[in-house]
Design a protein around this ligand. Structure first.
Ligand code: UDX
Length: 441
């Protein structure tokens, strides 16, 4: 677009790289900034440093257009950009539930000294409510242009595996702003997306920070709700799958994020609900969201109960048994193993003396690097060789496509524990398998 703002994206991790690439493809001039030279080198040479369908092709396209480049220099970013997106991570602090704001602060402090004309800094990272206000003060203090530099917040809702689509065609855009000028700048920086009719919510900074954690808390709560119902089903021999299907048909409830199983993991949901609960306590409204502690507890219990079910299927003993673990990523179509329920279960079974072998279609390298003590194999059938039980932990389509008879030829015992309700129980039982899943008789 002509006359459109020049964009920088600070932090070229999952969120930042996706945002920078997509914005360049949409026609903006973009500079991506990161303190990690190896990331910058990779991206500059056309390599996406993580797994995300469709993104490598778009990176090639963006680099070819000449509209996208990467640098480690804040000075270059400050001189170039009109709108600066802050996309760095806010991980959970070690030994605490609070979010670690080191990177967000470092990004703002690194950039600010080079902001010598009117500019907008836009936070996209997930932060505790109140952070934007504090960062505004830092910006005004450190930027040569002073209060001519404004801060806005624009939370990001993208899902791994759908990052491109979620960026190009989001459900909504939330603009947390302190002035009309900031809103106008944001509208210009998202013009191609807005032209698709994307709804915008304009609000204040605090509300925009809260929208993100409120959304993720809701999603986590929905998953833990159905998993709590699964626990009840387990106690009475009822069927959680039929129960969930029945609830899903009520369109006030809906079927999304209502899939029972091993529960949620990943780099967002678990840490976001903890950081939110922690922040709420700090500001004196801990009681209002104390249910999030239960949401977390229910979710963690899924992992323990899955191990219990495997033990039961193995006749009370995990030690010495050969166990095929299907899946390592926290969800399918991802190589992300952060807080992955699958690896948690695999490691627990290993710790109990089980001979666990893990296979995942995309996350194997990451898993190997982080957990060298586990054993790995090159395919779903490979790890199932001579197994006493096969345990499905991440619902990759690859696993669903495996024929019960083909698997039967390699295993020692025809036992399968479906931790994600991904398989057709009737089909597996008809083929002579002992099929077990939590919350199903
Ligand atoms: C999530 C939010 O969806 C996204 O909007 C936000 O920006 C970042 O956090 P993501 O972490 O990529 O995205 O994964 P998501 O697809 O939401 O899945 C989260 C976890 O919940 C996965 O471990 C998944 O297996 C689990 N899940 C999801 C369930 O157990 N049941 C469900 O019904 C849905």
């Amino acid at each position: 677009p002509t006359g459109s703002p020049r964009l920088t994206v600070i932090g070229t991790g999952y969120l930042g790289a996706t945002h920078a690439i997509c914005m360049a493809v949409l026609g903006f001039e973009v500079v991506g900034v990161d303190v990690d030279q190896s990331k910058i080198d990779k991206l500059s040479s056309g390599e996406v440093p993580f797994f995300e369908p469709g993104l490598p092709e778009l990176l090639a396209k963006a680099l070819e257009s000449g509209r996208l480049r990467f640098t480690t220099s804040f000075q270059e970013a400050g001189a170039f950009g009109d709108v600066h997106f802050v996309c760095v991570g806010t991980p959970q602090q070690p030994g605490s539930d609070a979010a670690d704001l080191t990177y967000v602060e470092a990004a703002v402090r690194g950039l600010a000294p080079y902001l010598d004309r009117r500019a907008l800094v836009v936070g996209k990272s997930t932060v505790p409510v109140g952070t934007a206000k504090r960062l505004t003060g830092i910006l005004h203090d450190l930027a040569p242009a002073g209060t001519d530099v404004e801060l806005a917040w624009n939370p990001e809702f993208l899902r791994e595996g759908f990052a491109v689509d979620d960026t190009m065609r989001p459900d909504r855009l939330v603009f947390g702003v302190a002035s009309d000028w900031a809103e106008e700048r944001l509208r210009a920086a998202f013009k191609p997306v807005l032209d698709l009719g994307t709804p915008v919510v304009r609000t204040d900074l605090a509300t925009s920070e809260l929208v993100k954690v409120a959304a993720n808390s809701f999603l986590a709560t929905k998953i833990s709700y159905i998993n709590a119902m699964a626990e009840v089903c387990e106690a009475v021999g009822a069927d959680i799958k039929d129960l969930a299907d029945s609830l899903a048909l009520d369109d006030r409830i809906g079927g999304k994020f209502l899939k029972p199983g091993l529960g949620f993991g990943g780099g967002c949901l678990p840490k976001d609900i903890r950081a939110f609960a922690h922040r709420a306590e700090e500001i004196g409204v801990g009681q209002a969201v104390s249910f999030l502690r239960h949401v977390d507890d229910i979710n963690r219990r899924r992992r323990a109960r899955t191990v219990d079910l495997v033990r039961e299927v193995l006749g009370g003993q995990i030690s010495g048994k050969r166990i095929a673990a299907w899946g390592a990523a926290f969800k399918p179509n991802s190589d992300d193993i952060r807080d992955a329920p699958a690896l948690d279960v695999a490691r627990t079974m290993h710790g109990l003396g089980g001979h666990v072998r893990v296979y995942d279609p995309a996350a194997l390298d990451n898993a190997r690097r982080s957990f060298p003590e586990l054993r790995y194999g090159e395919s779903a059938l490979d790890v199932a060789r001579d197994a006493d039980v096969v345990v499905l932990l991440t619902e990759w389509a690859d696993f669903r496509e495996i024929e019960p008879d083909a698997l039967a030829r390699v295993v020692q015992h025809k036992r399968i524990v479906d931790g994600r309700h991904a398989l057709d129980a009737t089909q597996w039982r008809a083929a002579g398998w002992e099929y077990r899943a939590l919350g199903r008789s």
